[in-house]
Design a protein around this ligand. Structure first.
Ligand SMILES: Nc1ncnc2c1ncn2[C@@H]1O[C@H](COP(=O)(O)OP(=O)(O)OP(=O)(O)O)[C@@H](O)[C@H]1O
Ligand SMILES: [Mg+2]
Length: 470
């Protein structure tokens, strides 16, 4: 995972030198900070590299038997990500340069300077960590989040697609608004995918999910020892997003002091790690998202006005699902396909009643809620033919049947409509609980006697067929 967990793990260094004295002096310098492995000759070194997780190899060039160059070449064949620093006598500087051509990241000349070695190794390992993160994030992007993940034909969605294709490439900061589950993160990934940064990482930070004390080091990184728990140097997300996109999710929940730091980073285009002294140039396109009204947060003093304007260069608001109901059938189809693949099923679709229920429900959790409902229904479906009302959660299935259509078609008065709805609603609940009146009364929040009275008044025969109009 691309989180902080990995960094505190001590890096492992393999020292390859035929001279026991040199091996010992490396041990004296490095044992405190790194896990060390030793090899006196090339073949041993290769065996270790192919069986152990080695971060860096300190490799003597001149060794009897298989020489350092050959070992280097083979290490790189085994695992390109293993960093190799060659150790050479001053005289063979030419060899060192050749080694770098073969993939060594640096060289040390004997006799060596302790300080120089330590900082060189530290840099090489940081570089490797960064590379790993980038590779991980890149594979994430390639695996999961393609453009077709954004479904919707509603005119407001089409306007959004138009806007996105116009702004994807010009690095402008985007602020995504919208209720929870409307697809802000999907859209952020689409923007990244469509931009000329798509080959570089998309790095997401959920500002609400990370405790405020840790968020700063998550964003900017920290130097080893800068606070209790900072066991190793950590590269911040701003840095990880170099060349790519940084997605600041739930930006509205960020503490004011951090807001100031973000603003500074965006303006100066550079950051400083916590406890660090040097500044690091950043080059990340920023996309922020929030489900809060940031303008209002500014008025209330919980969000910095200057940061608001800095982020709100291109605002995009995703409509709630209930305002684009025509997309519901498309999304349903999309998710049936997705979960058929996932659960190896062949569900074809929903019954008419279930389709009506999905259409009329208000979807407070928007597309995410719809996706969860479909996932559950596909998993529960008894046959591969159609999913019925029974497989939908109660609050949705009660909207099934054709109650709303019936009411609209019949042009009923409000009073008639209300009692028609009431009748249908109670019938649906009764069906759901297999006509157990005690249970139905509990679900409806009615006393059992009140329900019995209503059944009589609405001419519902407790032995009637469910959904019959009798
Ligand atoms: N237009 C869409 N097409 C297909 N799937 C979508 C669409 N919009 C959202 N989804 C799916 O719905 C789920 C929620 O989307 P997403 O995480 O982007 O929402 P969000 O707006 O970031 O929500 P929150 O504010 O709660 O973080 C995801 O599983 C996503 O794949
Ligand atoms: Mg989100």
């Amino acid at each position: 995972m691309a989180n902080g967990e990995r960094h505190p793990v001590r890096a492992t260094i393999l020292v390859v030198d035929d001279d026991a004295g040199i091996r010992e002096s490396f041990e004296a310098v490095l044992a405190k900070d790194y896990d060390l492995l030793f090899a006196a000759q090339g073949p041993d070194a290769l065996r270790i590299v192919s069986t152990r997780d080695v971060n860096l190899v300190l490799l003597d060039i001149r060794m009897p038997g298989m020489d350092g160059m050959e070992v280097l070449r083979r290490i790189k064949e085994l695992n390109e990500q293993t960093e190799v620093v060659v150790v050479t006598a001053v005289k063979s500087l030419k060899t060192a340069i050749e080694a770098i051509k073969l993939g060594a990241s640096d060289y040390i000349t004997k006799p060596f300077d302790t300080h120089e070695i330590l900082s060189l190794i530290k840099r090489a390992i940081e570089k490797q960590e960064l590379l790993k993160e980038v590779l991980y994030l890149r594979s994430e992007v390639a695996r999961d989040h393609r453009f077709e993940n954004l479904v919707g034909r509603n005119p407001r969605m089409q306007d959004i697609y138009d806007l996105v294709s116009r702004i994807a490439d010009n690095n402008v900061t985007v602020l995504l608004n919208g209720e929870s589950g409307t697809g802000k993160e999907v859209l952020a990934r689409v923007i990244h995918q469509q931009s000329n940064r798509s080959q570089r990482p998309f790095v997401a930070v959920n500002c609400a999910a990370i405790p405020a004390e840790l968020l700063e080091s998550e964003l900017f990184g920290h130097e080893k020892g800068s606070f209790t728990g900072a066991i190793a140097t950590k590269v911040g997300k701003f840095e990880l997003a170099t060349g790519g996109t940084l997605f600041l999710d739930e930006v509205g929940s960020m503490r004011l002091d951090l807001q100031a730091k973000i603003l500074r980073a965006l303006q100066e285009r550079e950051v400083e790690r916590v406890g660090g002294t040097r500044t690091i140039k950043i080059d990340a396109r920023v996309i922020a998202a929030t489900n809060r009204d940031l303008k209002k947060a500014v008025e209330e003093g919980t969000f910095r006005e200057d940061l608001y304007y800095r982020l709100n260069v291109v605002p995009i608001t995703l409509p709630p699902l209930r305002q684009r109901r025509e997309d519901i059938p498309l999304l349903v189809e999309h998710f049936i396909g997705k979960y058929n693949r996932e659960f190896a099923r062949k569900v074809k679709g929903f019954s008419a009643g279930a389709t009506a229920a999905l259409y009329h429900y208000d979807w407070p959790g928007n597309v995410r809620e719809l996706e969860n409902v479909i996932e559950r229904a596909v998993a529960l479906a008894e046959s591969d033919e159609t999913i019925s009302l029974r497989e939908l959660p109660l609050e949705i299935s009660i909207l099934g049947g054709d109650v709303i259509e019936d009411i609209q078609k019949a042009g009923l008065s409000l009073r008639e409509a209300r009692s028609h709805f009431e009748r249908q609603y109670i019938l649906n609940i009764l069906e759901k609980v297999q006509w157990n009146q005690t249970e139905a009364a509990r679900v409806l929040g009615l006393h059992r006697n009140t329900l019995a009275w209503k059944l009589q008044r609405l001419r519902i025969d407790s032995r009637a067929q469910p959904f019959s109009n009798g």
